[in-house]
Design a protein around this ligand. Structure first.
Ligand code: SIN
Length: 478
C-alpha cells in the first residue's frame, strides 16, 4: 500500500501542508506508512472556533436531520470497511480480522446513536402548587473535545462522536500519534456524508498543547478521554478550572474468576476472546486469573491446547491471531511482568518469550503462567500484553476479595453455571462491566465504563447519550 500523507481537518478544510511532519510507523515492521502535520496551539484554537461557530446551526437541526447524516456516515464506514481496516492494521498492528471487527464495532456506535438522536426525551413533572407546571428538556452540552487512544483507533472515536453529534454537540478529536490515519479516514467519511463544516474537527498534536488549549477555552464545554488513570487525573484537574463536564474511560486490571462448577470450555473460550483481543492491549481484557483448586489443572490444560493454536505475526498476513505490541515500552513492560513472575515462583506453561524484529517490531508469544500469587507485578498492575497469570484459589470469598483488591474497577469476569453463586459474585464485584460466562461484553447499546479509579461516566447506551446532554427545567406559572 502506498504511503499515506494526510492533513488535519479543521472547519471542513484539510490543513497543515506546510507544517513540520511526523511519521507513522507500522508496529509489525517498523516501516513508515504515512505522515501527518504536527498540529499547533493555533490549530487547536481554530478547531475550537470552528466547532463553536458550527454549534448553533447543528444543535438547531431536527434530530431526524442529524440522524440522517449519521446514517450516511454509518453506510460509508461499512462500504469502506476494507480500506479502514487495512489502515488500522498498518498503523496499530492488530490482525486484519480484528480490524474488520473494529470497523463493525465503530460503525455500530454511529448507527445506534443515529437511532437514539430522536430520543432525547424530557418530561413533565406536576408542580408544587396548583398554578405551577414543570417541564424538563434535554439540550446539547456544546463543543466537545475528545482525546482517544491507539488501541482502538476508530471505535474509541465513534463511541464519543456518535452520541455527541446525535445530541447536537460539535466535536474536536485529538487521536494519538501512533494511529491518526484511521481517525483521518473517519473525517474523510464525515466529509463524504456531507456533515457541515466545523461540526467535526481533527487535530493531531502534542498532548500538552491540546489539553492546555482545551483547558483554557470557555467555549469547550466537555472533555471526553480514553487512556491511563494518571493522565485522566491530570485532565480532570484541568477541567475543574472552567467546570467542564468530563467523561473518563481509564485503566483496568480485570480479574477473571473460574469457579469449580464452571463449564471449562466456556471459560477457555471466554479467556481467548477477552485476553488476546488486540494482543492483550485492551483496557477491559482479563489481566489476572483466579481458578478454584478443583478445576485448576483441568482449566490450564484445556487453555494450553487452545493457546498453542494461536499464530503470532504481521496482522496483514493470513491466519495471524496475535500482532505486535505497539512499541518498545509496551514490550518491555510485558517482559518485566513475565520475568518478575518467574523470579517469584511462577512456571511458564506455554510461551514466555518475546521477539524483536528489525530492531523496530516487538512481538510477544501468548503466554500462560501458573502458580502465580498476589506478590507478582502481573497480579497487581495492568500488563497490556498477551499474558495469562493464573493463581489458585479455594473459596468464592477469596476470589471476590482478591478481585476487588485494586484501585481499578473497569471490567471483571467470572464463570459459574450456578445462578446463586453467580448472582452473589456479580453483586460483590466492584466493576462497571461484568462478564458472566462471557469474555466479550462490549456493545453499542451497553453503558461501558468503570468504577473507582477506572473512570467517570459511561459510553454507549442511553447513559452514554446522556453524557452529551444538559438538563434544563422550566417552571410555568398558569
Ligand atoms: C478499551 O480498551 O477500553 C476498549 C474496549 C472495548 O470497547 O471493548
Amino acid at each position: 500500500m502506498e504511503k499515506l500523507d494526510k492533513l488535519n481537518y479543521i472547519n471542513g478544510e484539510w490543513v497543515g501542508e506546510n507544517q513540520q511532519k511526523f511519521e507513522i510507523k507500522n508496529p509489525a515492521t517498523g516501516e513508515v506508512v504515512g505522515t501527518m502535520p504536527e498540529g499547533t496551539k493555533e490549530d487547536v484554537e481554530a478547531a475550537i472556533d470552528a466547532a463553536d461557530n458550527a454549534f448553533p446551526e447543528w444543535a438547531n437541526l431536527s434530530a431526524e436531520k442529524r440522524a440522517d447524516y449519521l446514517k450516511k456516515l454509518f453506510n460509508i464506514m461499512l462500504e469502506k470497511k476494507e480500506e479502514l481496516a487495512t489502515i488500522m492494521t498498518l498503523e496499530s498492528g492488530k490482525p486484519l480480522k480484528e480490524s474488520r471487527n473494529e470497523v463493525d464495532y465503530a460503525a455500530s456506535f454511529i448507527e445506534w446513536f443515529a437511532e437514539e438522536a430522536r430520543r432525547a426525551y424530557g418530561k413533565i413533572i406536576p408542580g408544587k402548587t396548583a398554578d405551577q407546571r414543570i417541564q424538563v428538556i434535554k439540550q446539547p452540552v456544546g463543543v466537545v473535545a475528545a482525546i482517544t487512544p491507539w488501541n482502538f483507533p476508530a471505535a474509541m472515536i465513534t463511541r464519543k462522536m456518535g452520541p455527541a453529534l446525535a445530541a447536537g454537540c460539535t466535536f474536536i478529536v485529538k487521536p494519538p500519534k501512533e494511529t491518526p490515519l484511521s481517525a483521518i479516514k473517519l473525517m474523510e467519511y464525515c466529509e463524504q456524508a456531507g456533515i457541515p463544516k466545523g461540526v467535526v474537527n481533527h487535530v493531531v498534536c502534542p498532548d500538552e498543547i491540546f489539553s492546555n488549549t482545551i483547558k483554557d477555552s470557555t467555549k469547550v464545554r466537555k472533555l471526553t478521554f480514553t487512556g491511563s488513570t494518571e493522565v485522566g487525573v491530570l485532565l480532570m484537574k484541568q477541567c475543574a478550572e472552567h467546570i467542564k463536564k468530563v467523561s473518563l474511560e481509564l485503566g483496568g486490571q480485570a480479574p477473571f474468576i473460574v469457579l469449580d462448577d464452571a463449564d471449562l470450555d466456556k471459560a477457555v473460550k471466554g479467556t481467548i476472546a477477552s485476553k488476546f483481543r488486540n494482543s492483550g492491549q485492551t483496557c477491559i481484557c482479563a489481566n489476572r486469573f483466579y481458578v478454584q483448586s478443583k478445576v485448576y489443572d483441568a482449566f490450564i490444560e484445556k487453555l494450553e491446547k487452545e493457546v498453542s493454536k494461536l499464530k503470532v505475526g504481521n496482522g496483514l498476513d493470513e491466519g495471524v491471531d496475535i500482532g505486535p505490541l505497539i512499541n518498545k515500552d509496551g514490550y518491555e513492560k510485558v517482559e518485566h511482568h513475565v520475568q518478575d513472575a518467574v523470579d517469584k515462583g511462577a512456571k511458564v506453561v506455554i510461551g514466555g518469550k518475546g521477539q524483536i524484529k528489525n530492531n523496530a517490531a516487538y512481538f510477544f508469544e501468548p503466554t500462560i503462567l501458573r502458580d502465580c500469587s498476589e506478590h507478582m507485578v502481573c497480579m497487581q498492575q495492568e500488563t497490556f500484553g498477551p499474558i495469562i497469570p493464573v493463581q489458585k484459589i479455594e473459596t468464592d470469598e477469596e476470589a471476590i476479595g482478591a478481585a476487588n483488591h485494586t484501585r481499578y474497577g473497569l471490567a471483571g469476569y467470572f464463570f459459574t453455571e450456578n445462578v446463586t453463586r453467580g448472582t452473589k459474585m456479580l453483586e460483590a464485584l466492584q466493576y462497571g462491566i461484568i462478564g458472566w460466562n462471557h469474555g466479550a461484553p462490549s456493545a453499542a447499546q451497553a453503558p461501558f465504563g468503570g468504577m473507582k479509579e477506572s473512570g467517570l461516566g459511561r459510553e454507549g447506551g442511553v447513559e452514554g447519550f446522556d453524557e452529551y446532554l444538559e438538563t434544563k427545567y422550566i417552571s410555568f406559572g398558569l
